[in-house]
Ligand binder design. Structure first.
Ligand SMILES: CC(C)(COP(=O)(O)OP(=O)(O)OC[C@H]1O[C@@H](n2cnc3c(N)ncnc32)[C@H](O)[C@@H]1OP(=O)(O)O)[C@@H](O)C(=O)NCCC(=O)NCCS
Length: 228
């Protein structure tokens, strides 16, 4: 069967199908923003969607990303392949296409993704966190050495703890050897927390994350190892 990658910058029927048929089954509810929130991000131009469709135009895989202009950080917010098509190379191809397109359009920029703790238990619908990390590392991702959490959709009490923040692309201007520019990441996190939680909290978890981002010389990154 022939697959094609298409792009959407406004919330049409394909976006709705991607949300309902690919994102809802692939992500736990605490990690997935509401359909209308993603639609609004497409409308205001901060987000775009790449979807792989089959010959009938039905979505089989999707990459949804959001751009933070102030920090020059592009977040791969959601990447999902329908369960029946997983393991066939579609996800890897879409990841390379999406990261390549964002880097070409936005550079100098960082492209990042957040993934679950690789030590978390596997679950049939949402996938195996260890294999997911291997998938990203095979695409060249490096793990930032920060105590990352996904901001809580609707408030800090809904945070997803123990996540990893990955770098999928770093422009030479933002890369300092095996480190990346902490200022860009700090601005990105401030923006993200304000948008999702309504502000930057004064709690210990946020302070620890920001202290890691503010290290002199940048934020170290590299392969993941248990206990990182
Ligand atoms: C992770 C995912 C995007 C990979 O896409 P894919 O098309 O299946 O991957 P490819 O065929 O290009 O590459 C195969 C690799 O993907 C990973 N992978 C495949 N199925 C997976 C699953 N169910 N769970 C986790 N990782 C998986 C493995 O690393 C696999 O390599 P392996 O077979 O040697 O273990 C896809 O499995 C998926 O949608 N999972 C659920 C949602 C998700 O985890 N999204 C990413 C977090 S933002």
């Amino acid at each position: 069967m022939g697959f094609t990658t298409v792009e959407r910058t406004s919330p049409d029927g394909l976006f709705r199908a991607v949300y309902r048929e690919l994102l809802v089954p692939s992500f736990p509810p605490e990690e997935l923003d509401a359909e209308d929130v993603l639609a609004a991000a497409l409308e205001d131009g901060s987000a775009n969607l790449f979807a792989v469709v089959d010959e009938a135009g039905a979505p089989v895989a999707a990459a949804f990303g959001e751009w933070s202009a102030e920090s020059r950080v592009q977040l791969l917010t959601y990447l999902a392949v329908g369960p029946a098509a997983r393991g066939g190379g579609i996800g890897g191809r879409l990841l390379r296409e999406a990261v390549g397109a964002w880097a070409a359009r936005r550079d100098p920029c960082l492209v990042v993704a957040e993934i679950e703790d690789p030590d978390a238990p596997a679950d049939e619908a949402h996938g195996d966190p260890r294999r997911r990390l291997a998938f990203y590392e095979a695409a060249g991702a490096e793990v930032l050495d920060v105590p990352y959490f996904q901001p809580g959709i609707g408030g800090p009490e809904r945070r997803v703890h123990g996540m990893l923040l990955l770098v999928l692309h770093a422009a030479p201007e933002l890369r300092l050897g095996e480190r990346v520019d902490g200022e860009a990441l700090r601005l990105f996190m401030e923006d993200y927390l304000e948008e999702v939680e309504g502000g930057v909290g004064a709690d210990a978890e946020t302070a620890a994350l920001f202290a890691a981002l503010d290290r002199p010389g940048g934020v170290p990154m590299g392969p993941w190892h248990p206990g990182k």
